[in-house]
Design a protein around this ligand. Sequence first.
Ligand code: PEP
Ligand code: MG
Length: 747
Amino acid sequence: MTEQTESESRKLLGRLREAMAETVAGQARLDHIVKLIADSMATEVCSIYLFRDADTLELCATEGLNPEAVHKTRMRLGEGLVGRVAKTGHVTNTAEAPSAKGFRFMPETGEEIYSSFLGVPIRRLGEKLGVLVVQSKAARAFSEDEVYALEVVAMVLAEMTELGAFIGEGAAMSARHQQPAMFRGAVGQEGVAEGHVYLHEPRVVVTNPIAEDTEAETKRLREAVDTLRLSVDDMLRQSDTDDGDHRDVLEAYRMFANSRSWMRRMEEDISRGLSAEAAVEKEQSAARARMEEVPDAYLRERLSDLDDLSNRLLRILTGQGHQTGAEMPENPILVARSIGPGELLEYGRKLKGIVLEQGSVGSHAAIVARAWAIPLVIHAERITSEALNGDHIMVDGEQGIVHLRPDDNVGAAFRDKIAMQAAAQERYVSLRHKPAKAKCGRTIELTMNAGLMADLPSLESSGAEGVGLFRTELQFLIRSQVPRRGELAAQYARVMDAAKGKRVVFRTLDIGSDKVLPYMKRQEEPNPALGWRAIRVGLDKPGVMRMQLQALIRAAAGRPLTVMFPFVAQFDEYRAARAHVLNEIERERRLGHILPASVEIGAMLETPSLAFAPRQFFEMADFISIGGNDLKQFFFAADRENERVRRRYDVLNVSFLTFLEHIINRCAETDTRLSFCGEDAGRPIEALCFAAMGLKSLSMRPASIGPVKHLLRRVNLDEARDVIDQARRSGAQSVRGDVMEWLRTLK
Ligand code: PEP
Ligand code: MG
């Protein structure tokens, strides 16, 4: 790059800054800017196209094209050269635009006389905002230097757009972060909520994209990078040398932090007139754009490391970040890219809902949201770049939809939905103390799933008859080290106290697979869901399991104790686990501690193999609980965490129901108590079918008890069974259609 072009470019940015400071309305400012750029680049045309919506670009200002076309000419993403730049994020530089591939002639603009075309994307952190174009009559390709200069200008435009520089009278565009936006994600937890955005990690706002003093900016950048390098070295020193994965990431951080080419590019950006922050963002944007394109997962990971590192660098430069001191708004809805259970629990029960860009239904965040009975929407892509602290937000956990800054119509429809739900809840409250007794006279036991102390009040409010599944791993997941036995015993005792004599089924630690303890060495496994998890860990390394059993026995102290082992795949595992319980009881007896009044030891049936275990297993197990979430994934070979397949199969599928019938029969032969505690038990139609098949006990999240009970009380389970059996005979794949049809005929 020549010094002359460098100073040209700085001059242009200097003028842009002046344009930004002018107190003119948005359109006038934009008009002024295109003129400045055209002058400075010595081109006849400069135009700015901005996105109107996700698929349409609009000509928002032009110098050189027909001014009448402004705000009239529009193109779809991918259409014409401009649309192609927007779609691919790549620069288009051609001397012969009309003969270039994809050229689309737009007569209203009068652009047919311009031969050369240079278009660069306007984007901020990978977010597409529009396209900046210069054109000239002479058929010439633009030099690399000119391309670079235009990219720098586009970067500044992106920052100006972000700062709302083009909003105002005769607005060139409506304000970003003021328009309504809708996000279609996936359901993490049902429920609806209205409130205000509270960002887990507020975005860094760069208020000074342009800087005159190149030297000072370069110095700031270098100092910030030094600080960054030191912090990465620190992290490396503190990291566990055996934890390969974590070290890999840190090593990649170190490599990037010391990368000469990264540094050189940022310094070059600064020499063009960008501030240190804008230079970091420009390179970060480019990395994000590349990230979207590389098919290789490993490379994508590395680019995302660079993204993370750039964020850290921006925080160092701006002093913004975690502790921004933003007050929690009223009815806070937490918005984050992803979040761990510990961090989530720190926010406490004030939260009214959660929206994540990543996450999965089985994630810890989802478990916590479930425990709190607040809606959770996952996979709401890009919401953290759209939402600002305090924004009005509506979360529809029923459909996985989020409305950000909703307009009045959407708001009204949403409130109707909330009101309808509230009315239904009221109806359920009146059923609270009534049994789930069906028309045929059969009564189904409805219990709740829990995992936190905070869940226990729901026992009373939901009308649950007990806790059918208490997931003990949450207490482990939210800590930075293994909890002590005394602490656990006190906690379990509090759970039993709160249950006031109602049965609580404590499930022993179910870790591994998606549930990884922060302080446990992670084992790299090709298929973690089929790997070293739950009871397999407990039996191989019994220390923690024995400690947990001791804590449970001490907590019971004279009260009945119910323990359940997760993920039992064969009889021997259950027998060995049971022996551990009996040994620990013996040990406690020898130590002179008060023993539980009675002990029930059960197994979760989560693998198909257990349904075919020897009869002796069914005789020995005091009870069995079907873990439908896992059982379903193994029965259909469909990963419960994988959005592409997890909804593909229905538990009302004839094969699954026939399998369920087999389990019910085997338990009936030995008179073994059986329940179902996967998520499906909380869905009214599914619950009805399970009950009709012969299940007498269902455990679900507290909020489901009302709806399930309401439906069960309206139906005759024998009739339902006839409908199911008829559907099974008919060759249907699922009985759902016939059952729904039958339900419609009921009064
Ligand atoms: C299940 O698998 O159905 C279950 C209840 O356990 P979890 O969801 O905790 O794996
Ligand atoms: Mg399970």
